[in-house]
Design a protein around this ligand. Structure first.
Ligand SMILES: *Cc1c(COP(=O)(O)O)cnc(C)c1O
Length: 373
């Protein structure tokens, strides 16, 4: 059993979000990104749910993530490995599809495959402006073409990644798409059967011309806002948050005015106050940066986090809340009554992005899977 708050994962919401992606993309093939333990939601459970829903392919960052899925029985669909320098033996053994971003790597894979009388499927990464990994769209074309001559690998796909598709101003995303389309035309005679995919969550939502042959969303499958810097976009509302995080109220105390709360005495009571102690801290992935910034939901009401968040507990001001008793449920992320706290709000309060909030709360705490919303 794990300490800390309980993380509830709605498989019904995953299904809803996956189906919404299919609708928004006119039934494009979906490469579901389940790296980092499915953004803290549990990769095995999320991947098997998506496999049953007919997802085309899964995407992870590193080999151990892919191997974990294969060992858990997810064997019917390809798994793309975005970054890892995969061991060819593992690729063959677990039937993985590496993303290749260098000729040397493709060479080695081809040699190993040929020695075993095999051919390995690979996808090739093109850097159209992400500036991370990938063949440079304008400089490395000969290198890409050289891969077509390797007998031990077969290029079944090309990918590229957007660096700022989550902005309202889509001009650089458009430049990136142009570069990819230009290269696709140039390579079409050489790699006839390869699919092209580019769209992350933000591009799935807002940039239909980038949907190409397949899309590669992560965040929106988990129901979070892909436009964190532009929260008003109406499309966002249709995705349903998959994760809720719930802690317990350990204790309530009445204290007079002028008393300081927690380390560093960053909060001092201005009035006679009811102060609650919540059973979660930064050890449970509730960021210390939320000190004096976040709200939680108790008894259907918002209550502010006051003072520094500690390793194991955090304090809330309950003075303005009605009917709160010890052991009450405290919602850190999710709904209670008609009110809601989203991972994006928490992220904004903590000065980060919802990806980091979901991963940090989801990975360390005990998760329960629900079939209802
Ligand atoms: C993480 C990642 C994605 C998914 O991004 P979201 O913003 O979560 O949709 C897609 N492709 C690659 C290569 C990634 O690293």
């Amino acid at each position: 059993m794990k300490r800390g708050p309980a993380v509830e994962i709605s498989l019904a919401a995953i299904k809803h979000n996956y189906e919404l992606v299919r609708v928004l993309t006119n039934n494009r093939r979906v490469i579901a990104t389940v790296k980092a333990d499915a953004y803290g939601h549990g990769a095995v459970e999320i991947a098997s749910t998506l496999e049953k829903l007919g997802v085309y392919c899964l995407g992870v960052a590193y080999a151990p993530e892919a191997i974990e899925l294969r060992r858990a029985g997810i064997n019917k669909i390809p798994i793309l490995v975005y970054f890892d320098n995969l061991d060819a033996a593992d690729i063959v053994k677990y039937d993985l599809t590496p993303i290749v971003y260098g000729v040397g790597k493709a060479d080695v894979l081809s040699d190993v495959a040929l020695k075993q009388n095999r051919q390995i499927d690979i996808h090739v990464d093109i850097d159209t402006g992400m500036g991370r990994v990938g063949f440079l769209y304008d400089r490395d074309i000969e290198g890409i073409k050289a891969i077509s001559k390797l007998k031990g690998v077969r290029v079944t796909g090309f990918m590229s990644h957007f660096s700022e598709a989550d902005l309202n101003d889509r001009s650089f995303a458009e430049v990136q798409l142009e570069r990819a389309l230009h290269l696709r035309a140039e390579l079409s005679g050489v790699f006839q059967s390869a699919i092209w995919h580019m769209a992350n969550s933000a591009a799935v939502m807002s940039f239909p011309s980038s949907h190409l042959d397949a899309v590669r969303p992560g965040l929106i499958l988990y129901g979070s806002n892909a436009f964190e810097f532009d929260c008003t976009r109406p499309e966002t509302a249709a995705f349903r948050p998959v994760m809720a995080v719930k802690a317990r109220l350990l204790h309530i105390r009445r204290v007079p005015p002028g008393r300081s709360v927690s380390y560093g005495r960053t909060f001092v009571t201005m009035r006679e106050s009811l102060i609650g102690v919540v059973g979660t801290g930064y050890a449970d992935g509730y960021p210390r940066a939320l000190s004096n910034k976040a709200h939680v939901l108790i008894n259907g009401q918002f209550a502010p986090i006051i003072g520094r968040i500690c390793m194991d507990v955090a304090m809330v001001d309950l003075t303005d809340c009605r009917g709160v008793e010890e052991n009450a449920e405290v919602v850190l992320v999710g709904r209670q009554g008609d009110k809601e706290i989203t991972a994006s709000e928490l992220a904004a309060w903590a000065g980060t992005i919802s990806y980091e909030i979901l991963i940090s709360l989801g990975r360390v705490n005990g998760r329960v899977y629900l079939d209802e919303p």
